[in-house]
Every structure is written in structure tokens, then in C-alpha cells.
Design a protein around this ligand. Structure first.
Ligand code: FMN
Length: 195
């Protein structure tokens, strides 16, 4: 699978099989995150890897799913089997922004595809509860988390028709994710070289 194929295959997965993920795979995702581009190479990100059975449900309780759909959070038996929590260490970078995290997280999401894993990047979180649950160090704030597991759904992206960018379920309960068309996102240059 080349990079473009991985990009096309990667969709947010919100139904997982119960098969656990090998711990080493989770480390490998963080190894990929470590090498992402980082502003001024400060690398303020840190990671908590959650795979312990007794933590999975309490972490799940801190997550919110699929805002555009009614009742599409994964039910018991279809929930993530691991999480990677992305932290910004503010001792390393005050007011650390989203950009560093975005680059690192996308590396993890694409590596997950290569490993046959499904993932969902979750920004809608009860951060206070999660901070307490995991004992997040004081210097760190939670950026977001990646929910992981072997996929038990097969969403598909499609060219956006009409105005809506909202993902939706078809009659077979398959998730469709509209993406803006190329001619909508490429802006023509209007050159002006005059001094
Ligand atoms: C910063 C960020 C936060 C997100 N937070 C959530 C979330 O809290 N819950 C959720 O179900 N999906 C979340 N997503 C996943 C998006 O809904 C998803 O990426 C989008 O609908 C496009 O689908 P795709 O990932 O399959 O391309 C988040 C994605 C990003 C980039």
C-alpha cells in the first residue's frame, strides 16, 4: 500500500472488533508520531498508551462520538481496544497549538491503516475526568486522543454532492464521508507582480 492508498483507506472508524492490539503496535504508532514535523523542532508532545482492560471502559466514558449522527457511539462489544492520549507538555512549549499535534496524529492514523487497525481521532472529550483517571502530569494538557481497534465497519469517502459535508449512513448502514471536490478547494492564482 502506498501513501495515497493509505490516505484513501483511512476513514474514522467507530465500530471495532474485540480482538486486542499487540502492545508493540501501539509503540510503533508513537514512534511514527515522534518523527513528525514540529515547529522549531521543539516537540512538546507526549503520549499515554492505554491498553489495560480495566481502563478501557472508564476512558470510553470520557469520549463523545459522531456528532452528526444520532446514537452512533460504539456499543459494548464494539468499543475501542486501545487509546493513545496526546498530551502537550507546557513546560516545553507554552500555549502549544494544534499544529504540532495534527502532524503527529496524522502519522499515527496512517500507520494504523498499514497495520490493519481502525482509528478515530477524538477531540470531544471530558478532559477533566480523563486527566484525573490517567494521572496526567501537571505540566501537560490533553490535546485529544486516538481510539484504536481492529475495524468492524467499512466507511467510504465520496465526492461531495450538494451542500452538505455531513457524514451519513446509507440503507445498509454504511458510513459515507463527503469530501469537498478538487475544483472547490483549488483556488486560482490571480498574479500581480507589480511593485
Ligand atoms: C481535531 C479532530 C477532532 C475530532 N473529534 C471527533 C470526536 O470527538 N468524535 C468523533 O466521533 N470523531 C471526531 N473526529 C473525526 C471526524 O469526525 C472525521 O475526521 C470527519 O468526519 C471526516 O471523516 P474521515 O476521518 O473518515 O475522513 C475528529 C477529527 C479531528 C480532525
Amino acid at each position: 500500500m502506498n501513501v495515497l492508498e493509505a490516505i484513501e483507506k483511512r476513514r474514522s472508524i467507530r465500530r471495532f472488533s474485540p480482538q486486542p492490539i499487540e502492545k508493540n503496535m501501539l509503540y510503533e504508532l508513537v514512534m511514527g508520531a515522534r518523527l513528525a514535523p514540529q515547529a522549531a523542532n521543539i516537540q512538546p508532545l507526549q503520549y499515554m498508551i492505554v491498553h489495560q482492560k480495566q481502563l478501557l471502559e472508564p476512558v470510553f466514558a470520557c469520549t463523545r462520538w459522531a456528532g452528526y449522527l444520532k446514537d452512533y457511539a460504539p456499543k459494548p462489544g464494539f468499543r475501542p481496544t486501545a487509546y493513545i492520549v496526546v498530551l502537550i507538555n507546557e513546560d516545553l512549549k507554552k500555549n502549544g497549538n494544534d499544529t504540532d499535534a495534527g502532524a503527529a496524529i496524522e502519522n499515527m492514523l496512517l500507520l494504523a491503516v498499514e497495520k490493519g487497525l481502525g482509528s478515530c481521532w477524538i477531540g470531544s472529550l471530558d478532559r477533566k475526568q480523563l486527566t484525573k483517571l490517567l494521572g496526567v502530569p501537571e505540566a501537560c494538557k490533553i490535546h485529544s486522543l486516538i481510539a484504536l481497534g481492529y475495524p468492524a465497519e467499512n466507511p467510504v469517502w465520496e465526492e461531495k454532492e450538494g451542500d452538505s459535508i455531513q457524514y451519513y449512513l446509507d440503507e445498509e448502514h454504511r458510513l459515507h464521508v463527503p469530501k469537498r471536490r478538487m475544483n472547490e478547494i483549488i483556488v486560482p492564482i490571480q498574479p500581480n507582480l507589480e511593485k
